[in-house]
Design a protein around this ligand. Structure first.
Ligand SMILES: *Cc1c(COP(=O)(O)O)cnc(C)c1O
Length: 384
């Protein structure tokens, strides 16, 4: 593995780049070829073919992702959901049981609840913020424990070290969806998780122009996932590989600005008389502040909040925002705003949402790289 430089900032630029450069190209060229001449490959997984995720564009990305994650190996996939479902199906089979975080990304929660039982895989949700809940959810057939670094949309951070210890004690494969933190704010592999999962659609790419996923782990684990991925077919197209590769080079700068902006905006919101609640792990008022400080290298760029009034008032506020685009998804250079009940959490029943503490009026704000002053002025006029 090309592992140049010691800091992630340097690795984002230099790690995994072909050596020597291909025809001297400074930027990794796109290999728009589905198949390649036979060169004596000895296994199915090594035949060079786009679906097998091993063209030069894939190889460079895998090495860069592994290097920035402190992992032995990495894989890119056609979407975040492809990364998640492929990893779950690699380590779970009929008769197994999974313990899953009770505030999962909507698509993942729906997959666990509706699809896994069809394959004979049982599940239980557990409260990751309360470790007393964990032993009672453990079964003799539990194989996987699955959590998210920063939860959506309330931005909570669990005792991540305790999750790893619990997994090791009970011989479970530990998986974490690290999308909201990105490899810059939390390093699952260095902290003992077995599998780190990302929707690369978000901070890794950062430009709201592709969907992609990433999986990091030990060589042994990633080889297993790779075989499953080759069967399920969730390969990333070389053009999307190119865009992800380019996007990743600026992730460190983007993330730094986004986290700074988010902290300023969270403070502004917290002090505004019309705002009744702000959820951001960087605020001392957050119940996740201590955990976030202990485990993360920054507090992220996702905020959720509530203002006085009803759903109509929340929607009118969103309408009045000039910079923040009313759209789902997150992690791009542009600031986005959404009401989760209308978008990301619309699959949940009212009862499930009430139990999870997600109100109809909650607003989620994905902070971009614009000037914090402009974003705050925009929020101010929309609140006024
Ligand atoms: C977006 C997202 C996903 C799904 O990723 P896609 O790239 O849309 O398939 C999974 N987990 C989290 C936390 C996400 O934000």
């Amino acid at each position: 593995m090309t592992d140049k430089g010691s800091s992630i900032d340097t690795k984002l630029i230099h790690a995994g780049e072909p050596n020597p450069r291909i025809k001297g190209a400074v930027s990794m060229p796109i290999f728009q070829s589905s198949n390649f001449e036979y060169e004596g490959e000895t296994s199915y997984d090594s035949i060079r073919y786009i679906r097998l995720n091993n063209t030069p564009n894939h190889v460079a990305l895998h090495q860069k992702l592994a290097a920035i994650s402190g992992a032995e190996a990495a894989l890119v996939t056609s979407s975040g959901m492809s990364a998640i479902t492929t990893a779950l199906l690699t380590f779970l089979k009929s008769g197994d049981h999974i313990m899953a975080h009770n505030t999962l990304y909507g698509g993942t929660a729906d997959y666990v609840v509706h699809d896994l039982p069809e394959y004979g895989i049982e599940f239980d949700f557990f409260d990751a913020l309360n470790s007393e809940d964990w032993e009672s959810k453990l079964k003799s057939n539990t194989k996987v424990i699955y959590v998210e670094t920063i939860t959506n949309p309330l931005m909570d951070v669990a005792k991540l070290d305790a999750v790893v210890q619990f997994a090791k004690k009970h011989n479970l494969v530990s998986m974490i969806d690290n999308t909201f933190a990105s490899p810059l704010l939390f390093s699952p592999i260095k902290n003992g998780f077995d599998i780190s999962l990302h929707s690369a659609t978000k901070y890794l790419n950062g430009h709201s122009d592709i969907v992609a996923g990433a999986i990091m782990g030990s060589q042994a684990h990633i080889s297993q996932v790779n075989s499953k991925l080759n069967h399920l077919g969730g390969s990333l197209d070389p053009n999307a590989c190119f865009l992800l590769h380019r996007g990743m080079k600026t992730m460190s700068l983007r993330m730094e600005r986004q986290c700074e902006n988010a902290m300023e905006i969270a403070h502004f919101l917290e002090n505004h008389p019309k705002i009744t609640q702000v959820n951001y792990p960087g605020l001392k008022s957050s119940k996740s502040y201590e955990n976030a400080k202990e485990f993360l290298c920054g507090f992220g760029a996702m905020i959720s909040f509530e203002l006085e009034g009803d759903v109509e008032a929340a929607d009118a506020f969103i309408q009045r925002l000039k910079f923040a685009i009313n759209a789902a998804s997150l992690g791009g250079v542009e600031t986005l705003v959404t009401r989760p009940v209308q978008t990301s959490h619309s699959l949940m029943s009212t009862l499930e949402r009430e139990k999870a503490g997600i109100s109809d009026t909650l607003i989620r704000y994905s902070v971009g790289i614009e000037s914090a002053n402009d974003l705050i002025a925009d929020l101010k006029q929309a609140l006024g």
